[in-house]
Design a protein around this ligand. Structure first.
Ligand SMILES: Cc1cc2nc3c(=O)[nH]c(=O)nc-3n(C[C@H](O)[C@H](O)[C@H](O)COP(=O)(O)OP(=O)(O)OC[C@H]3O[C@@H](n4cnc5c(N)ncnc54)[C@H](O)[C@@H]3O)c2cc1C
Length: 812
């Protein structure tokens, strides 16, 4: 009897603790509540004495935590001492990366209890009239002017008229304010221009990408002196100056801060005058636009051995703008990126002497180059490469959907085979994820956010998903996509997909080191505050701040553990800001956000500094953060866009896939967590009812595959924004016309074939059959014409190019 009663009280006691943590009740209120509970228990129960003593000891300890003096002097002092002894020294470059940019929805996911209003009040995607007119006007025009096959496989360059048009219409100055002659477009508009352009030409997209991403214009805008801005920004906006930015070299790739390139401050002669300047020596490679650049943005390490500027000898990484015609600058030899061999090459400088006012921001900004780069990277990385990924994925979805209808095998369109519809469904779903996340992120950046961690998530996932889309699109097309030639609208983009994977932070590094590594510092609600408290020199101040943040941190961890457990008990538990079809996804994101925050804290506690070296675990923690971000933005985009009925199957697929992937990443981390006892405890709290979330049903994938293989609103909504102008050189328009014709003609074709099967008509070729069908009054004359037209169109689509030996010598 006593034992039964003890178990009941023990159970009640633990449930009370879990509920108090779940509700994140303040320590004082929690203590009072537990005290009252204990009193009741002591008075009314016949609980075994030992258990009661344990309860009371626990309560006294809890009471002690409420007394700041006891807490600070006996607990926080010891913890602070320990942390001071183990906290690794953060290098200046690491610190600058941590400080860069802002924290937005990523911080909410890290908190374990996301405040959905922060995401939901992000503005809906919308263009200004000017932006819309640009997209419908000059962007369409330049697309029509560009021949991707010739640019990429014959000339390795765009025709001069395209270069001139692009400069004249301001494509190089989309991010430059109007007062300097730029277009001053929103991030969404820049992304949409780049996305439409890539749907026509990857070559053109690469060229326009650099001036509108991290490069001289962006750096000048943020850090340039007024003279530099007034002089150079109008020239960059008009295309009079063509910029490039040179950071990478043979010995400085992913670890760009390790560059051996130097600038030594010294006296010398410049334009006939003796001045204090810098002697530059550098060797850069992989630099986009270098072969045609007139203005070279250069990163190097600045030294002042003779103290010509002051006390400092080593300034560190510095950024300068050097005219390409500077004596000693070797520029012009080209690399050939695969698929889309756009302008890219080496830049070498030997003992070049230039004035100090070539430094961006002047000598005041000497040594601050790394900070400039990481700060500017945070916005650019979220826009330029993801917009290429979005345009590429939409194009893949558009052409592949249509191709599966017009290509027939075994007497039916290949779209009728589940083996085809499944990858087509993946194409649709992945395209939706990229589009939703880019639109939402671009709008956030437009409101002033510079989300560093989100930009890494966007860069990695948009490019990886686009590569998956490309692979599926290639496979579905079969031989049609494998044979090179102007009729192949997929293979150049496919060949070029590793470029996006590699640039602006190669993807393996981005996943393994940056997303979670930077996030754990930058987005965590307490870590940075605790570090600042530890580093505070005044001991009392340090202790007070540390005590405050540390105990809030502990309370937050316990609250997240409890939330993770309770929300994991049933999909129905927890709150959602919406009701209806997508409600459960909000709840599941809440649940996994709590579990993620809890797992992050336990991982940092158990693994400490070694978590950074355990890249496989930290990559998977980053995957959880990313999947939760992408699922949230899919929901946000779905709410923002008007056509709920058409888009619902896509948002279902996206959320089910991403939430399933989240679960699987947790599972992999827990299965490989070094401390097995803690892993068991974590699994109990994160998966209290087991690992029971399933990905989308095959049927769901087939549904969205089918939807984009037909002329539906789902297909139109998903692919909106690509270049579909109806003109004879546009493959995308040709595919759409064929699909529209299919919708009308295929039922007639089926009628003819059925008549043949029944023996009502005879014939070998389509011409013979339709003639027979017309004679037998099975179809009308008009239908005959439509059928023959459809046959012609589809034949043109399924045909591939062939070349003579002589022609082949001109193709690269
Ligand atoms: C087409 C193209 C255009 C480019 N344009 C420019 C430009 O305009 N300006 C410019 O300055 N640079 C440019 N780059 C350079 C680009 O930014 C670098 O290629 C990139 O930073 C990676 O450097 P790397 O190629 O030397 O690879 P490496 O640094 O040699 O990396 C090799 C592999 O190791 C991985 N790796 C490295 N460190 C880690 C780690 N700690 N953990 C896990 N994995 C790791 C990487 O992810 C990669 O997979 C361009 C590159 C290309 C290909």
């Amino acid at each position: 009897m006593v034992i039964t009663s003890s178990i009941v009280w023990l159970f009640i006691f633990f449930v009370a603790i879990i509920v108090l943590f779940y509700k994140a009740v303040e320590l004082r209120i929690a203590t009072i509540s537990l005290g009252i509970g204990l009193l009741v228990c002591t008075i009314f129960s016949n609980t075994a004495g030992v258990l009661l003593v344990i309860f009371w000891v626990f309560f006294v300890l809890l009471l002690a935590l409420n007394i700041p003096e006891i807490r600070r002097n006996y607990i926080s002092t010891q913890v602070l001492k320990f942390y001071k002894s183990v906290l690794p020294k953060i290098s200046q470059t690491e610190q600058e990366a941590i400080d860069a940019g802002s924290v937005w929805w990523d911080g909410e996911i890290f908190s374990g209890n996301p405040e959905w209003d922060i995401l939901r009040k992000n503005p809906k995607p919308k263009f200004s009239k000017e932006e819309q007119a640009f997209l419908d006007g000059p962007v369409n025009e330049v697309c029509e002017m560009t021949n991707e096959w010739e640019a990429s496989h014959i000339n390795h360059d765009l025709p001069q008229e395209v270069w001139d048009f692009v400069k004249a219409k301001g494509f190089f100055g989309m991010i430059i304010p109007k007062k300097y002659g730029g277009l001053e477009f929103s991030p969404l508009a820049v992304a949409s221009v780049m996305s439409k352009i890539i749907s026509r030409s990857g070559h053109l997209n690469s060229i326009i990408g650099v001036p509108n991403s991290l490069g001289p214009a962006e750096l000048l805008l943020h850090y340039g002196t007024p003279e530099q801005r007034n002089d150079l920004l109008p020239k960059l906006a008009s295309g009079e100056e063509i910029p490039c930015f040179a950071l990478t070299g043979p010995h400085a790739g992913s670890d760009a801060a390790a560059m051996p390139d130097t600038g030594i401050i010294c006296k010398g002669k410049f334009e006939g005058k003796e001045i204090i300047g810098m002697k530059l020596n550098f060797n850069k490679r992989y630099i986009t636009l270098a072969p045609v650049a007139t203005l070279v943005g250069l990163a190097f390490k600045l030294y002042d051995p003779d103290h010509l500027l002051g006390e400092k000898k080593e300034y560190g990484i510095t950024c300068a703008l050097i005219p390409s015609k500077t004596k000693g600058l070797e520029i012009g030899r080209r690399h050939l990126p695969p698929g889309v061999p756009f302008m890219n090459g080496t830049i070498i400088g030997k003992d070049i002497f230039v004035p100090l006012d070539y430094i961006i921001g002047g000598t005041e900004q000497a040594g601050k180059g790394w900070r400039m780069l990481v700060e500017c990277l945070s916005a650019g990385r979220a826009i330029s490469l993801p917009s290429g990924a979005m345009g590429g994925a939409k194009t893949g979805a558009w052409v592949t959907g249509a191709y599966t209808r017009v290509r027939e095998q075994f007497n039916v369109p290949i779209a009728e085979f589940e083996g085809i519809t499944e990858p087509l469904g993946r194409i649709a779903g992945n395209t939706y994820i990229i589009t939703a996340s880019l639109n939402t992120t671009a709008m956030a950046i437009g409101t002033g956010e510079k989300p560093a961690v989100i930009s890494a998530i966007m860069k990695y996932h948009a490019t990886e998903l686009a590569r998956k889309v490309s692979r599926d699109a290639m496979d579905i097309h079969g031989g049609k996509a494998v044979m090179l030639g102007p009729k192949n609208y997929l293979s150049t983009a496919h060949q070029a997909s590793p470029v996006a994977i590699t640039v602006e932070g190669a993807n393996i590094l981005t996943r393994s080191l940056i997303i979670f590594g930077q996030g754990a510092f930058r987005c965590h609600p307490f870590v940075l505050k605790e570090i600042a408290a530890i580093e505070e020199e005044d001991h009392d101040e340090s202790l007070e701040l540390f005590d405050q943040h540390f105990f809030n941190h502990v309370a937050n961890t316990l609250s997240n553990a409890s939330r993770s457990f309770i929300l994991g008990l049933s999909k129905k538990f927890g709150d959602s800001p919406v009701v209806g079809e997508t409600e459960s996804y909000y709840k599941q994101i809440n649940r996994f956000s709590a579990a993620f925050a809890f797992l992050t804290d336990v991982s940092m506690l158990v693994l400490g500094g070694s978590l950074k070296r355990k890249e496989t675990l930290s990559a998977r923690l980053g995957d959880i953060l990313s999947s939760l971000y992408l699922a949230s933005t899919s929901l946000k985009y779905y709410e923002d866009m008007g056509d709920k009925e058409a888009d619902l199957p896509l948002v279902h697929w996206a959320c089910q896939t991403l939430i399933f992937e989240t679960q699987e990443s947790f599972h992999q981390i827990l299965s490989n967590f070094p401390n097995r006892i803690i892993a068991g405890l974590l699994r109990f709290l994160i998966f209290p009812t087991g690992r029971n979330i399933k990905g989308p049903l095959i049927e769901t994938t087939l549904t969205i595959g089918n939807l984009i293989s037909r002329n539906t609103s789902t297909r139109d909504n998903l692919c909106q924004g690509i270049y579909i102008k109806d003109e004879p050189t546009n493959h995308l328009a040709i595919m759409q016309n064929a699909l529209e014709l299919y919708e009308v003609v295929y039922p007639i074709k089926v009628e003819v074939m059925t008549a043949r099967k029944k023996g009502l008509i005879e014939g070998q070729t389509l011409e013979e059959l339709v003639a027979a069908a017309e004679n037998a009054s099975i179809i009308t004359k008009e239908q005959v014409m439509q059928l023959l037209e459809y046959d012609k169109v589809t034949l043109d689509i399924i045909n591939v190019d062939d070349f003579s030996e002589e022609e082949l010598t001109k193709i690269h």
